[in-house]
Design a protein around this ligand. Structure first.
Ligand SMILES: [Zn+2]
Ligand SMILES: [Zn+2]
Length: 252
């Protein structure tokens, strides 16, 4: 469990007060409709209400479900997680990867629009803060250096630092590295995806007994998080949770 020191909570209170103050001085605009958001988040209440929140979803892998496929709303586990339980405990994904989530994530990921990244990270934080026990360490899903070089930054790393600052949890960006340059996994058959990811990641030091949060922007096929959580659990991680902004439905 993460303990919050008096100094850090005082610093957080001061920074929250400054944030509130700067909002009154420089009111923000909604990242979707450009109207004044009228609150300390660049997303207006109307646009927030229209977002595709990921409900109901599998309690384990956050796979979007429809209300007929889950017996009790928000309380079902998907068939895949029942027949083949993943190495991670659960995946938290506040949104579904559909319009306008995809527009927000693309702006953040491919055009460096950090106001969009902040709004998305705050929506994820809303799902995380009710948790009483938080992981002890945050790890971003690593990018291969070639992809990071062409994109200019690793969006998972940016998110991990944002969440780490808000929750007072350390972030380790060097523990995991990506050894293999893998093509985009979406659209490839499952067998091919798993083959591509074999040996793609490396763990650079010990994590015995730690509770870990693995952070990524979008969980698409689930192959990457499955591979990484298996690697972490084999290296002695006690529990692995996945924190992401959005989840796409499983391919047919
Ligand atoms: Zn709006
Ligand atoms: Zn599932």
């Amino acid at each position: 469990m993460v303990e919050h020191s008096k100094t850090t909570s005082l610093l957080r209170r001061c920074s929250a007060a400054l944030q509130r103050g700067s909002y009154y001085l420089f009111p923000g605009r909604c990242v979707l409709c450009s109207a004044l958001s009228k609150r300390p988040l660049d997303l207006c209440v109307g646009c927030e209400a229209e977002l595709p929140f990921n409900q109901p979803a599998c309690l384990c892998c956050a796979l979007p479900m429809n209300s007929t496929s889950s017996t009790h709303l928000n309380s079902a586990t998907c068939g895949k997680c029942i027949s083949n339980p993943p190495a991670f405990t659960r995946c938290i994904a506040p949104l579904r990867y559909e319009f306008p989530t995809n527009k927000l994530i693309n702006g953040f990921k491919h055009h460096g629009q950090f106001s969009r990244g902040t709004v998305l990270a705050e929506l994820l934080l809303c799902e995380l803060t009710p948790q009483k026990i938080l992981p002890e360490l945050i790890l971003p899903v690593p990018l291969h250096w070639r992809r990071q070089f062409t994109r200019g930054f690793n969006q998972a790393q940016w998110l991990a630092h944002y969440l780490g600052r808000q929750l007072d949890i350390p972030v380790d960006t060097r523990l995991l590295s990506r050894q293999k340059y893998t093509p985009a996994q979406q659209g490839l058959p499952r067998k091919q995806r798993l083959k591509n990811l074999k040996g793609a990641f490396r763990l650079n030091h010990n994590i015995e007994g730690k509770n870990i949060a693995l952070v990524d922007d979008v969980v698409t096929t689930g192959s990457t998080i499955a591979e990484l959580s298996q690697l972490l659990r084999k290296a002695g991680a006690k529990e692995v949770e996945i924190w992401c902004l959005a989840r796409t439905p499983l391919e047919k």
